[in-house]
Design a protein around this ligand. Structure first.
Ligand code: PSZ
Length: 384
């Protein structure tokens, strides 16, 4: 049904375009500056045919339930027929999508420019050949990074490490912060024999008792390290062993902000004091905080905001105690808040040591400052 509607609409657009040299209503060009070829059309309203989930979605849920856990499946989608802000489901229902795959769709479904980029033969070779980028990067890799990711690098960050998903970006950023912390302590000294043997059986001193401080309500991913910094829902964490890492309260602001300026400032101060207390306590416990991780807006945890002043003070606390400051922009990055990165609203020229991204960036990774380069050159040279 929907597909015949689509092809009819497309045919109308094309005919109109041929006759008039301009798009019909509901049609659009790739962009105002792009070559004027009609490539797509848009839906302009929702269209519901069944209840949701409809019979086809229910049937598919049963089928998939034989293969994997379907507890979280809402309904099945027809991505080929989804366009722009409209998501079409397996029963032909067309819905205005305000959810965008948990904020992972940057410019709508099947955007012609993205379709074109994905179909570009120069890009196809990367998908087909799945290079082990760390050891055998393609010839054009430095240029590609400079013209794409580094062109939007946060202030003060000249380096980027690519990853796939948000969790693996954060997970590896945590490792970079731990390694940075130990390199600061160890200086140029090579790891001792004891460090080298103990790390192989997960024992200290080679596997040091370091920690990452995170915030109540945070979501940083579901892998083991990230999960230890995720505190949004019990279901994510229950029954999974975790690290004894400090968890600070995230400010609970009252609205409207103008009416509660004093209370909110006090609330933010309370949280910052708690952060410092925790850093001191965990140092005393022998598990020093190597890094602090925070979202500029807690997303999965319930759209919780804090003021730029809070984040700037937190950044200075991190610096004062020798902890790296990691801003997780997996959900807030890539334009969602009106700036490319949400932390740009803080107005700082030194906002963070690490900024991780994924979702709407359609890839993953983290930007970082030079000092965080986790090179173990000495190790590889001495064949450890
Ligand atoms: O249920 C889930 O697995 C969810 S609910 C929300 C997310 C995942 N968000 C992903 C996310 C994020 O919002 C932030 C701020 N940091 C890290 C992640 C993890 O990204 P992925 O899911 O790509 O590993």
């Amino acid at each position: 049904m929907a597909s015949s509607l689509l092809s009819r609409q497309l045919a109308v657009c094309l005919q109109h375009n041929l006759r008039m040299g301009a798009p019909a209503a509901g049609c659009r060009y790739v962009s105002k500056t792009a070559t004027k070829t009609m490539v797509e059309f848009e839906y302009d309203a929702p269209s519901m045919k069944t209840e949701v989930p409809g019979p086809r979605s229910k049937e598919l849920a049963k089928q998939l339930g034989e293969i994997q856990n379907v507890g979280a499946v809402h309904f099945f989608c027809n991505y080929e027929e989804s366009r722009g802000n409209y998501l079409v489901d397996a029963d032909g229902n067309r819905m205005l999508d305000l959810y965008t795959q948990i904020s992972s769709i940057p410019i709508g479904y099947n955007h012609p420019s993205l379709m074109k980029a994905m179909a570009n033969p120069n890009n196809l070779s990367t998908f087909v050949n799945r290079p082990a980028l760390g050891i055998l990067p393609p010839e054009n890799f430095p240029d590609k990074l400079i013209e794409s990711l580094l062109s939007v690098a946060p202030t003060g960050m000249t380096r980027v490490q690519t990853m796939s998903c948000g969790s693996c970006s954060n997970e590896n950023a945590f490792k970079a912060m731990f390694i940075w912390y130990k390199l600061k302590e160890r200086g140029m000294r090579l790891p001792s024999e004891e460090e080298s043997t103990s790390c192989m059986i997960n024992q200290s001193p080679g596997s040091p008792n370091l920690s990452i401080l995170s915030f109540m309500g945070a979501f940083h991913g579901r892998t083991m390290g990230c999960l230890a910094t995720t505190h949004s829902k019990v279901i994510h964490k229950l029954d999974v062993p975790s690290f004894d890492w400090p968890v600070a309260p995230f400010p609970r602001l009252r609205y409207p902000l103008e009416e509660f300026a004093r209370e909110n400032a006090q609330e933010e101060d309370r949280c910052l004091e708690e952060v410092e207390d925790l850093i001191v306590k965990w140092r005393q416990k022998g598990k020093p905080v190597a890094g602090i991780v925070i979202e500029p807006i807690q997303a999965e945890g319930g759209d919780n905001h804090a003021s730029p002043d809070f984040f700037l003070k937190l950044r200075s606390i991190a610096r004062k105690h020798g902890c790296a400051f990691h801003v997780d922009e997996v959900q807030t990055g890539c334009g969602t808040t009106g700036k490319f990165w949400a932390h740009e609203h803080w107005g700082s020229d030194d906002p963070a040591d690490v900024v991780s991204f994924s979702k709407k960036m359609l890839t993953g990774g983290y930007f970082y400052r030079d000092e965080l380069q986790a090179d173990k050159v000495e190790l590889s040279l001495s064949h450890f």
